[in-house]
Design a protein. Sequence first.
Length: 284
Amino acid sequence: MISPRLSSYIPIPFSEMVDHIRKYGLHVPGIFRVSGLKTKIIAIKKLYDLGKMPDLQQYDINDVAGVLKLWLRDMPEPILPFNLYEPFMAATSVTESEEGRVECIREVVQQLGRERASLLRYLVSFLREVAANSEKNLMSPRNLAIVFTPTCFRPRNPQTSIEILFGQTTNANSLFETFITRFDSIFTKPKTTSKLKLKGSQVEFVMGTLVRATVHQQNKDDQSNECAASERVTLSLQDEVSQLSRSSSSLMTPRASDHALEETWSLFFAAPSSFSPSELAHNG
């Protein structure tokens, strides 16, 4: 059961659907694999989008399961984010030892933000309950992985080659299946800050992909900070332009006013490219 501290990161509609399926769908054959009715799925989603809580008992259990999958698929970025796609693929490809593979996967999971990590753990914990009833619902960890991998884990720019795509899909499915079968090892062990003690070229490769992903994310964060600083300068200059416009008739001659506005507008349009990040932050 997820702790109260982490439950705040789980959207209410998502937990409501999970609770409903846990209560009524664990023994339903093909749950999550059998499609619901599109019209019903859209109707439920529309109610949630309007901030309403639909009476899920009025719908077939496969309709509710369909909404849950749609909710995951419609996330702007999957639970397993694009910048960790390569590290996850590298981790699940480790063959030097099964424990080494699981430890590498766990190391990459620890790079997730708190919200994504909480949602992933919540989802996988629930799917483990579904898989525990596979004798009745026929949904083994592998079958669940085949269903949920495309909604939770995909590259930013998918390869078009059928051979490459098939290989990626196989490894990606294996990753999600491992989440379910090795849940305790991946999600419940205390988080550590030390580097992996395991040895081997494949483990080193996984750590290398993590370093590259971290650098890439840091570059994205730096760009976001630079854009924010630039926006602050822009807004400040806009205010200055507005004040100059209002006071030009009484405080400046027409020629001086035109010159001041022209100078200010040149700074305004040049701001995004003419200032260094430190200058932008200082001026903001």
